[in-house]
Design a protein around this ligand. Structure first.
Ligand SMILES: *Cc1c(COP(=O)(O)O)cnc(C)c1O
Length: 351
């Protein structure tokens, strides 16, 4: 029995979320983005479960991640490397049967002069982050087609804001790219992009965050939590009126309150910016963080918490009650950052 903070990865919920997204775009292939160790939850275990469920296309960011993933899932499933190849990496792509996503003119040049495997083309339709200039699709179309890409793709800058005019602008630009490669599958949507409607699905969707329980889906789409993060309640006590709680003495008690201190802190990934705003759930009852979150500890005001409190109980910070996006918003951040920020001390379990 360990009293460490614990992240229980709900593999079957992640698989359910993959099916839910898959059903939104029936004509399209549903890939899974498992970069950054599947957003901190464990790429090997999750990719293996998704592979069993029928997922045969995975995306990572780095060659190193792709090589590790290839060992975990074996030959067969396609692995795309979003950051694309750097000098000296070409043979590794070929040998591990990885697909290089080419997104700069330098990468095009490297790729066309090396012994190589398969490639995809990432075209920038307005994000100005990574991707080939749109104009190149017109001026270099013959050379680009000669690379025989297995996918043409682009990435949405504002998919999490359905009303944003960028979405339609990028979709229109990408339709021209897809038209220029009539025999090549096309892909535009990340998780939030999957919610923008049929016109955004193209031939392949690339969800990441939604698989793990993030995003704010439309009312008719149900995304299940991908992880339960909980911690041990180690001390329960009365805080007296007029005293303060935690570093900086920022939280002053205006009356006697019941306080509970839990063994989890910012070293484990509870952002310090959630001080005074984040909640922990005990037996399904939400209790607010009182004062500053410290490295290993956080104190909750449990005055209105469940009746039968005692040390040793587990307090939920992510899960069925503690919604990932709501908790992230309380910390002024996003589900992405909260998940990938879970610290090395957090014990990962798989269910
Ligand atoms: C990370 C990433 C995704 C997945 O994004 P989510 O918002 O997590 O679904 C898809 N495509 C590209 C190019 C990415 O970098």
């Amino acid at each position: 029995m360990s009293f460490l903070p614990r992240a229980t990865v709900l593999t079957s919920n992640i698989v359910d979320n993959w099916h839910t997204l898959d059903a939104l775009h029936p004509g399209a292939t549903t890939a899974a983005v498992v970069k950054a160790d599947a957003y901190g939850l464990g790429a090997a275990r999750i990719a293996r479960a998704l592979k069993v469920a029928g997922c045969s296309t995975f995306f990572v960011a780095y060659l190193d991640e792709a090589l590790t993933l290839r060992k975990a899932i074996g030959r067969g499933p396609r692995i795309f490397v979003l950051n694309g190849p750097m000098r000296g990496e070409m043979a590794a792509y070929r040998d591990a049967e990885l697909t290089a996503v080419l997104s700069s003119e330098l990468q095009l040049k490297l790729w066309s002069t090396a012994a190589r495997g398969t490639c995809a083309l990432h075209v920038d339709t307005g994000m100005n982050r990574l991707g080939l200039p749109l104009a190149l699709v017109e001026t270099e179309i013959t050379a680009l087609r000669r690379l025989a890409p297995v996918l043409v793709m682009s990435h949405l800058a504002c998919a999490d804001d359905p009303q944003h005019p960028m979405n339609l602008r990028q979709r229109r630009a990408f339709e021209e790219v897809a038209d220029a490669f009539p025999d090549t599958p096309a892909s535009l949507a990340n998780s939030a992009g999957c919610y923008l409607g049929k016109g955004y699905g193209f031939d392949l969707i690339r969800p990441g965050l939604a698989l793990y329980g993030g995003t704010i889906p439309p009312a008719d789409v149900q995304i299940k939590p991908g992880v339960v993060l909980d911690a041990t309640l180690i001390s329960l006590f009365k805080g007296s009126k007029g005293t303060s709680v935690g570093y900086g003495a920022t939280h002053v008690l205006t009356e006697d309150r019941m306080l509970a201190t839990c063994a989890i802190g910012y070293a484990d990934g509870l952002p310090r910016s959630g001080s005074g705003k984040l909640k922990g759930w005990i037996d399904g009852v939400a209790c607010l963080v009182a004062g500053r979150i410290s490295m290993d500890l956080v104190t909750l005001d449990v005055t209105d918490g469940p009746k039968s409190l005692k040390p040793g109980m587990r307090v939920e910070f992510l899960g069925e009650n503690a919604n990932l996006e709501a908790q992230a918003a309380a910390c002024g951040t996003l589900g992405y950052e909260l998940l990938t920020g879970l610290g090395p001390r957090v014990q990962r379990n798989y269910r």
